[in-house]
Design a protein around this ligand. Sequence first.
Ligand code: SAH
Length: 348
Amino acid sequence: MNTTDIKSMTIDELKILMADLGDKPFRAKQIYSWLHEHLVTSYEEMTNLPKGLREKLEAYPITALEAVDVQTSKIDGTQKYLFRLRDGNVIESVLMRYKHGNSVCISSQVGCRMGCRFCASTIGGLTRNLLPSEMLDQIYRIQVLTRERVSNVVVMGTGEPLDNYENLLRFIHILTEDGGIHISQRNLTVSTCGLVPRIYELAEEKFQMTLAISLHAPNDAKRQELMPIARKYTMEEVLEACRHYFAKTGRRITFEYSLVAGVNDSDEDAKELCGRIRGMNCHVNLIPVNPIKERSFQRSTRQAVENFKIKLEKCGINGTIRREMGSDIDGACGQLRKSYIEKTESEK
Ligand code: SAH
């Protein structure tokens, strides 16, 4: 961690900082509340802190993302945000408005090194990990800009969260603990392509969040075609880690399955998938693949998607077809960022 990144510090770390600065421990809670509850972006706004302390704190810049582009769906109010980080990199976040509350999908890295074939976010590779403060501030800025409460968070934007593990843990603690924005762990979902050793580690944390696993195939051969990580960990190893995760946390696993026409959407694929995950405490999210211009994958037909769901249900597996949000501002995940980078590059 960057040792001056005050928005990534826990209350205990802020107490240590207060001691280092020769101030009282109770100031830690005040600062934490300004940053994570009131979501302020400057020390000037921390009106209950003495001026001297505020001046000393100027050596600890407050991470605040700058919205450089916002697109709003005319259909359902979904918003895509493009945020600029202090170092000039840009990341994407999405606000989805549901009846049960507002949900924000955040990025966990600038780019990604997992190389999933259908995904736009990984095409330029990994630039760097996001700091806990940069993950948090995607949610904070959206809440401040919309003046609407965010109640759900999904870590399903650009990046592989378990590839940025230490920062992810810190992010989860600050996001869900008392004294901050206080999102319930039950309203948090973290999605991974299946970094098996990390799933075991995460199980030990016993968070009450939802773990989503990008499965996308019923067997290793097909999974390897879509996801390079499948060459490192077999599907059985991933499923075993999921069983362990459920045993430790009692939390039902969500499997994500992006349907690609002619690749993983046949009756046989559904049948094989059933055989693999039957009996597990799980739920399957079916996502018609979002075609990206760099690849030739086609989206499954509506009929094939419905059919797949029915096949799963016949063997007792719950499936949901992911409702498409903001289809008029669409483009697959990561495309807003990509087109922005391409545009600024061509203007140079
Ligand atoms: N790295 C994490 C989280 C980011 S992606 C993971 O792999 O789970 C969130 C989900 O969107 C993943 O299931 C991912 O496989 C899926 N996804 C990525 N690009 C997609 C596309 N073009 N169409 C449909 N789903 C896609």
